[in-house]
Design a protein around this ligand. Structure first.
Ligand code: HEM
Length: 436
């Protein structure tokens, strides 16, 4: 019996893949789930046969949290969804080519000041990373930035996090499988509905502020671009929810993992620092410097490999009968791309569980083409290029200015973590000592 609520489902599904193969089936009530755990089978399904597997499972509770299926992440494959995704993608690409780099740099410098203000104290940086990542999205869209102590920020993220965690709870998933339960009182479900109402009121306020006060003043280009197009207000609203949920906890969790791994191998920090000093001669990096900074780029790839922060992507649905690796896959099967499993596949990666950024630098070493942290195909992470610039610049700024140390009174951070929708490190403290 598979416990879907266990702490580290990706790792459990990967253990099953070693026993049953890189494609296997799980039966959950009337739903057939197909788990894919190697880059080859994931690519076959999501890239070569993308149009067969681009759907999302329908669910009663999913509809309630996604404005009736109007979100990009939970909306099913349809002409309306394709337009929604295309318009948002091109608005984001305009940001990547335009203001994004400056927005990230500004947040990286703000983060630098926060770390200087800690003055060598041992601290948990996870909230500071969340603030930085969230400010990138809110600056691009609403032209707003928040401090960690801001009640607006706490309200928004508190609410989004509660929705994600309540929606994943068994009390609520049960309503999708057993419609009769919807007639009974269910406290977690009432809480979920309250949080969705609260979320919508908060997003509406930010959208209204933008419309009345800020839209004429230049950037906030993401919303300007969305509003110029044919999207309905509900679609624009749900885009903001998608970007805030998709773009905040993922980036913040990845930064925490990077710090955690670097505490285990401090010599990698020194290598990155030396590379930054010798290549940049004191200046801060640009994203265009990435090819001249191979050690830093290898570090980014290795953390994405070992801890793909969306380890099981988002479930896909077969929109018609199809096949994967020669197996028949009936319409409406739920497809789970186990990215964590693919990144730990011993047929592809030497010492798959070891943190070794150098694997990407060695001759004949690891191949970037086997990495799938952002998934692939029609549902490829919509924020991939935003995220890549963020991971590179935040890490570069952090390691240029600080040496990260394990506090004297503590042991090294645990590197197993806990996986819900996002794979997060167990909280740990770190000392950020300014580089001379
Ligand atoms: C979806 C990974 C950051 C927005 C996804 C998926 C993955 C992923 C694996 C699921 C794809 C699938 O269903 O096959 C990551 C990682 C990130 C990151 C590893 C950072 C380290 C971001 C950022 C944004 C974002 C910064 C927004 C700016 C989205 C959206 C979707 C998505 C909207 C839904 C796409 C769809 O259903 O078509 N992401 N993501 N993500 N991500 Fe990201």
């Amino acid at each position: 019996m598979l416990d879907l609520a266990r702490d580290h489902l990706p790792s459990h599904l990967t253990t099953l893949a070693r026993r049953y193969g890189n494609i296997y089936r799980l039966q959950c009530g009337s739903t057939t789930m197909v788990v894919l755990s190697s880059a080859d089978v994931i690519r076959e399904a999501l890239v070569r046969k993308w149009s067969d597997f681009a759907g999302r499972p329908h669910s009663y509770t999913g509809d309630l949290v996604s404005g009736g299926g109007c979100s990009i992440s939970l909306g099913d494959y349809s002409e309306e969804w394709k337009t929604h995704r295309k318009v948002t993608h091109s608005a984001l690409q305009r940001c990547v080519a335009g203001p994004l780099q400056d927005v990230i740099k500004q947040q990286a410098l703000k983060l630098r000041q926060v770390l200087l203000d800690y003055d060598g104290a041992a601290v948990d940086l996870s909230e500071d990373f969340t603030v930085a990542a969230s400010n990138v999205i809110t600056a691009l869209s609403f032209r707003k930035q928040f401090e960690k102590s801001s009640t607006d920020l706490q309200k928004l993220h508190g609410c989004l996090n509660r929705i994600v965690s309540l929606w994943g709870s068994p009390w609520i998933s049960a309503l999708d499988s057993f419609p009769l339960l919807r007639k009974l009182p269910n406290r977690p479900f009432s809480k979920l509905l309250d949080e969705v109402t609260r979320r919508d009121a908060l997003i509406r306020t930010h959208l209204e502020d933008f419309k009345h006060v800020l839209s004429r003043s230049g950037y906030g280009r993401l919303l300007n671009a969305l509003n110029r197009n044919t999207l309905t207000d509900t679609h624009v609203h749900m885009t903001m929810v998608d970007l805030l949920i998709g773009g905040t906890e993922t980036t913040a969790a990845w930064l925490c993992w990077t710090v955690g791994f670097l505490l285990h191998r401090p010599e990698i920090q020194d290598q990155v620092y030396e590379e930054l000093c010798s290549v940049l001669e004191g200046r801060y990096p640009q994203y265009s410097d990435r090819r001249r900074l191979p050690v830093l780029s290898a570090l980014v790839c290795e953390v994405l490999r070992l801890r793909p922060v969306a380890p099981l992507a988002v479930p896909h649905r077969a929109v018609r009968d199809s096949s994967i690796a020669g197996y028949f896959i009936p319409k409406d099967s739920v497809i789970i791309p186990n990215l964590f499993g693919a990144h730990h596949d011993p047929a592809v990666w030497t010492d798959p569980y070891k943190f070794r950024p150098e694997r990407f630098l060695e001759e004949g070493g690891a191949s970037l083409s086997m990495l799938l942290p952002f998934s692939a195909g029609a549902r490829l992470c919509l924020g991939e290029s935003v995220a890549k610039m963020e991971l590179f610049l935040f890490t570069a700024y952090l390691l240029r200015d600080f040496q990260l140390l394990v506090p004297e009174d503590t042991s090294l951070p645990d590197l197993k973590g806990k996986a819900t929708v996002v794979l997060k490190a167990t909280p740990f403290r770190v000392v950020a000592r300014p580089r001379p």
